[in-house]
Design a binder for this molecule. Structure first.
Ligand code: RAT
Ligand code: ZN
Length: 434
């Protein structure tokens, strides 16, 4: 079943039958509702066509995704130094050979390539690469995006927009983008933890800031955020943080977060997204694939939620060991919205564990997943996998209600799926019909 429109999904939750389903009907009702509800993808690295080459799509980009590069170095004698000297096409050839011809694509990321090729009606066998190249070359991006989103069952996606990115900045300075299926997010890594390497960029753009973020700097960072809010109209502000992140402490990041970013979020009515737990560049030789994970001290989240009750926080944590605490904090603070099974967690076995735990502790008051897609067509496999993993989890939750004597209707299921994959986010950000 194809995903219906966003408006239809909202309507469904009012007009679908309200009679209780029998135990045997629950599973198919859940599967049908999941399949027909368009999801909002709340965090990706995709870009609308206005950004030109910044937006990645097609088979060579899919194959050189950093999740696959990490796996490639485990199954090939090619060294990172040799690999980085190759052209993109040669890199893709090498990854295809190592992970799809000489080995079976059983990992989550390799299986994703197979699912994408199949969904687009392409062959998936060892000799499929050239045909895929011919197919992608023939696509026009606007139409291709519509098709990919339709297959993936997403109504819109949220980008990651860095105001200091030299490739992105000119697009925003020349009118930005207006594509209704792509929403902006003001990403602040360079401003927050990257201040020592980037404050001069702000200074050169006319903001009176200094290295220590002293004097007028805080007011000037707020002016910078205001200017970018005006340009981007973001749905939220965001930052990714290491496992050692803490709040409050005497770092510049803490100061800018507490005194500039969070007050600006309040001023503009935006949530702040914190993605916590990355250990950056444990192996710099493999570049983007070289980041790892560490357990964080979530008392930082506790302190933020308590100290800033007027702010709303979207939080994703990378370490499996932090997941339970995050749920507990969400029970204490209703300005905290856990979201997604991020990066190394986006594997069925771990998604299953985390999502069950979240439902048991939080009901439907969380956002189960985002795709984190970097290459357009990845939304096809990532959302397909999410629906497949979620179906038995939701079915089980409803069967438990049923077995305990409660009634569950198709209308209830639609309402819940809407909440998990649409309206929790819409409510948090003010997005309408996204
Ligand atoms: O999942 C990823 O692709 C990571 O490299 C990161 O981009 C992460 O999702 C982030 O947004 O920092
Ligand atoms: Zn990301």
């Amino acid at each position: 079943m194809e995903a219906t429109s966003a408006n239809q999904a909202d309507l469904n939750s009012k007009v679908l039958p309200a009679e209780p389903l029998s135990g045997g009907q629950i599973q198919s009702a859940v599967e049908e509702v999941l399949a027909s509800t368009p999801f909002i993808d709340i965090h990706t690295h995709l870009f609308s066509p206005a950004f030109g080459k910044v937006g990645l799509w097609g088979i060579d980009e899919l194959l050189t995704y950093h999740y696959l590069e990490a796996e490639f170095f485990r199954s090939s004698n090619t060294t990172p130094e040799q690999y980085w000297k190759l052209s993109k096409r040669e890199q893709a050839n090498a990854i295809w050979r190592a992970l799809f011809v000489e080995n079976s694509p059983v990992s989550e990321a390799t299986r994703g390539i197979i699912a994408v090729l199949h969904a687009l009606g392409l062959p998936t066998g060892p000799s499929a690469l050239e045909e895929a190249r011919v197919f992608f070359k023939a696509q026009s991006i606007e139409e291709h995006i519509r098709r990919v989103f339709r297959i993936a069952g997403v109504s819109s996606v949220v980008m990651t927009n860095d105001p200091l990115d030299p490739e992105e900045q000119p697009v925003w300075l020349n009118g930005g983008q207006k594509h209704e299926q792509f929403h902006a997010v003001l990403r602040l890594d360079r401003i927050l933890w990257g201040w020592p390497g980037h404050w001069q960029r702000l200074a050169s753009e006319g903001y009176a800031v200094d290295e220590k973020a002293s004097g007028k700097s805080i007011a000037e960072v707020r002016r910078f955020l205001g200017d970018w809010h005006e340009r981007m109209r973001p749905l939220y502000m965001a930052v990714s943080l290491t496992d050692t992140f803490f709040y409050p402490d005497d770092s510049i990041a803490s100061k800018i977060l507490g005194e500039a970013v969070l007050p600006s979020c309040r001023e503009f009515g935006l949530p702040m997204s914190l993605m916590i737990g990355v250990r950056r560049q444990v192996n710099p030789a493999i570049r983007l694939a070289g980041d790892a994970v560490g357990r964080a001290d979530l008392r930082a989240v506790e302190n933020l939620c308590r100290s800033f009750p007027e702010n709303r926080f979207l939080v994703s944590v990378l370490s499996r060991e932090n997941q339970h605490e995050l749920c507990v904090y969400a029970r204490k603070f209703n300005n905290l919205m856990p979201f997604g099974c991020w990066w190394f967690l986006n594997n069925p076995s771990i998604v299953e564990e985390i999502t069950r735990e979240r439902i048991e502790l939080l009901g439907t008051s969380f956002i189960p997943q985002h795709s984190d897609a970097r290459v357009l067509e990845q939304v096809i496999y990532k959302w397909r996998n999410t629906r497949r993993t979620l179906a038995p989890i939701l079915t089980n939750a409803y069967k438990l209600i049923h077995n305990d004597g409660g009634g569950i209707s198709r209308r209830d299921i639609q309402r819940d799926v809407n909440r998990l994959f649409r309206s929790n986010f819409e409510k948090w950000t003010g997005l309408r019909g996204g």
